[in-house]
Design a protein around this ligand. Structure first.
Ligand SMILES: Nc1ncnc2c1ncn2[C@@H]1O[C@H](COP(=O)(O)OP(=O)(O)O)[C@@H](O)[C@H]1O
Ligand SMILES: [Mg+2]
Length: 396
């Protein structure tokens, strides 16, 4: 325990004790101040000897050596030469705290045991026991520090998320541009292939042996062209025609078309359309495409059937008004490692069942082109929810 009752010159007592145990001739606490060595408490040193010691300490030839004891935190020995009054053959330096050491003059080299004794004697005192007031202040400071750290952590992760979103958006834009270039190049030749195949089929006798082959060429070329068209949609290269529209009406139109799909897939649909939804400025066909894509994905995700929920509403975010559309399913859900990638063109986990990986990228392209956002929440085996946010402009 810390010796609170020890006299103020406890350090002298320790120097004396260690000197007697190890046969040291003298010892002193010395410390750095104003770029020179000063003496603190000392043992068995007369005034002229002390002056001698300080001269030795501050001599440019030996001062760096003492400094090394401080920096290295190790016991060091130096021959005691060039001094007049200071007795002993060697001087030892022991680190004794911040910027402080103990120096001791000895007649001969110290044994390892004696060096250990000195180290023990020069160990730094533990800090004084704080008062209750100080403890309270300390605790408060620690709490404030922890709180600051938490806030910092929260800001850092918000920053990281924002960066990740930006990178994702930039990546999609880059891939989209590339895809648009390729699609553009393919569109014309494919149109020729389709057109000329149709012509050739018209000219062909009904019983021609190549008719089946040409039919196949036509079918495949049409399929390729439809992929290319959707790619162009994604890259927002198509014509857009924005009008003031009622999102509920668009949703109802699509639902009418997909009603038969619900029954054949054993899917029970709940529709909750917001009352008095303000009009949004949109390309009706593109938004229909969005709704169809989301519903198709939801149906694919529930091969055994389940519940599908479609909802429209209004909401505030970033100090703005939005109209929202949510499509929720109870399907297979999306694995966390896929969640980052589902909006990428050609990313699909349904390649074997005719998935092209274009649905969500087209959807993303349309929504962002409208100044909107799309969000997804999903849990594997529990289901997924996609929410589209469309901004409300001043559509007066
Ligand atoms: N509702 C959903 N439930 C589970 N997975 C989904 C859902 N919607 C999309 N996904 C995942 O995102 C991928 C990409 O979707 P999409 O771009 O529409 O392409 P595709 O439907 O052709 O696979 C899907 O393959 C699937 O893994
Ligand atoms: Mg899809």
């Amino acid at each position: 325990m810390y010796n609170q009752g020890m006299p103020k010159n406890s350090q002298v007592l320790r120097l004396k004790e260690a000197s007697q145990l190890t046969g040291a001739l003298w010892a002193a606490y010395v410390y750095r101040e104003n770029e020179s060595w000063q003496a603190g408490d000392f043992y068995h040193l007369a005034k002229p000897e002390l002056a001698d010691l300080l001269r030795l300490l501050n001599d440019p030839r030996s001062a760096p050596w003492f400094g090394k004891v401080l920096v290295g935190g190790r016991v060091r020995m130096h021959p005691l030469t060039g001094v007049e009054k200071l007795p002993g053959a060697r001087v030892y330096g022991f680190p004794a705290g911040v910027m402080t050491l103990v120096v001791a003059g000895v007649p001969a080299e110290l044994s390892a045991r004696d060096q250990r004794l000195w180290r023990l004697a020069t160990l730094v005192d533990p800090p004084p026991v704080p008062s209750p007031g100080e403890v309270g202040l300390l605790q408060q400071t620690v709490m404030e520090l922890q709180q600051t750290q938490q806030e910092l952590q929260a800001r850092i992760s918000a920053q990281r998320e924002a960066e990740a979103r930006l990178i994702q958006a930039a990546k999609l834009a880059a891939v989209g541009e590339m895809a648009a270039g390729v699609a553009h190049e393919l569109n014309n030749p494919l149109t020729s292939v389709v057109g000329f195949t149709e012509l050739a089929l018209e000219e062909l006798p009904h019983d021609s042996p190549v008719r089946a082959d040409l039919d196949l060429v036509l079918k495949e070329a049409r399929r390729a062209r439809s992929v290319v068209r959707r790619l162009l949609d994604f890259a927002r290269q198509g014509e857009t025609n924005r009008v003031k529209a009622d999102l509920n009406e668009i949703v109802e139109d699509v639902l009418l078309l997909t009603r038969h799909l619900m029954t054949t897939n054993h899917v029970q649909m709940t529709i909750r359309l917001g009352d008095n939804l303000p009009w949004v400025l949109v390309d009706r066909n593109q938004i229909k495409q969005v709704v169809i894509n989301l519903i198709n994905n939801a149906l694919y995700a529930m091969p055994e059937g389940g519940r599908l929920e479609v909802e429209t509403s209004t909401a505030m975010r970033y100090n703005r008004s939005w109209v929202t559309l949510s499509v929720r399913d109870e399907g297979v859900g999306i694995a966390p490692e896929h969640l980052q990638r589902i909006f990428e063109p050609f990313f699909t986990t349904r390649g074997d069942r005719g998935g092209t990986g274009l649905g969500l990228s087209v959807t993303y392209g349309i929504v962002t082109d409208h100044g909107g956002m799309i969000e997804v929440e999903s849990q594997v085996t529990m289901g997924s929810a996609f929410t589209v946010w469309l901004p409300l402009e001043d559509v007066s």
